[in-house]
Design a protein around this ligand. Sequence first.
Ligand code: ATP
Ligand code: MG
Length: 257
Amino acid sequence: MAKILAITNQKGGVGKTTTGVNLAASLAAANQRILLVDLDPQGNATMGSGIDKRGLGATVYHVLLGARSITEVRARSASGEYDLIPANRELAGAEVEMVDIERRETRLKEALARVERDYDFILIDCPPALNLLTVNGLTAAHAVMIPMQCEYYALEGLSDLVATIKKVRGHLNPGLHIEGLLRTMYDPRNTLAQQVSAQLIEHFGDKVYRTVIPRNVRLAEAPSFGVPALKFDKNSKGAQAYIALAGEMLNRTSQAA
Ligand code: ATP
Ligand code: MG
């Protein structure tokens, strides 16, 4: 059965999608069967996986509304060697259109139940908001991965996210927990980053991944070619960091088993 992780942080631009795409590709390179779910109307994970979001007849939007089954919209990222549930801007309407739907928070969970057996990991790339889409992601997941930049307001934003996780745990998904916090775009020479990083470890201890993702231009360039960094420049610091993260996750999982 797949381990389902929601990659979440309501703060924009912290590296959620970069993590989704590159971790998916790195886990796939380690012979794991991976599904990446794009749950963001921006469709960045879709484009970054080499699938043009503009030409899609059916996306995760249709799955959430019950118009298509998940197997009908499932696509293959040839560049990343993983499966993808794509998204595009149509998904922005889902929040409003789902208001009248029953069990609207559990739509994604129910859809994923049909394909869970096909994968070792399912990664959900959430939008930068604590909205119904994110609640669907958190309800469908076993655990949450939180990418964050070690900046001044980072910890403040975390408390809202932790509160949302607690709420979802109380009402919809009792087993939900924080899998790990990932330091992204990290610059070790920046004193503030060091301080925030130290605070993070103080608060969250072992939940903070040892692997740190450095700021690396290859990670920013690869999406415009629709490939993960490991296919673009495997030896780049960015690609290597995500390969290391995949290794750390697999180690943790095997130790927990
Ligand atoms: P959003 O909240 O809008 O969905 P996000 O949290 O998914 O954003 P990304 O899209 O992954 O964040 O990253 C934001 C920008 O920073 C992108 O242009 C991305 O290419 C770049 N970026 C992400 N991680 C790194 C990194 N480690 N080094 C350099 N650039 C990065
Ligand atoms: Mg994103």
